[in-house]
Design a protein. Sequence first.
Length: 199
Amino acid sequence: MGAWIAVGAAVVCALLPLAWIRSAALGRIHPVDGVPGRPAAVVLGAAAWPEGPSPLLARRLDLAVALYRAGQVERIIVSGDNRETSLRETDTMTAYLVDHGIPADRVEADRYGYRTWDTCVRVRDLYGVREAVMVTQAFHLPRTLALARAAGIDAVGVGDRSMGARRRSTVIGYAREAGASVKALRDALLRPAPARTEV
């Protein structure tokens, strides 16, 4: 009997973070042409390659371009790891957006967005974001929305659902969300400070 109770408790502990994330994101995920307008789009970082953004990152940026062109957002904040070891994610993201017609003065770069929670806290505190469209892959979007809302941002989201040429990366992304959800709930409850305070 005790073993079954332990198993049941383990299952509940495993499912609770996922339930919290799904609940927080409920009704807040939209297509580009159906998303409520917000002052800013926040694009979460992903791998940059020497020649430019990875396919997954490029698809996130394409969504942000579409949002801006449709008048759904007034500015775009790109957030990622801008260290040389990460091939300057936010520099790469900014260049891509400008190359695709977004005015440079409409793009801001959070160079220290090392984790999703850090991004949410930093864009709130350092960039004054209180309402946003969060932009990332579909597998990452529910967790992103849950954390943004936990940080006090009225967030809705647009997520890229295409597998594209990087099917393996997308499948891995869905699989890792189960473990990442536990960390997300911990972050939201404990509210640790972001890794950096610089803009």
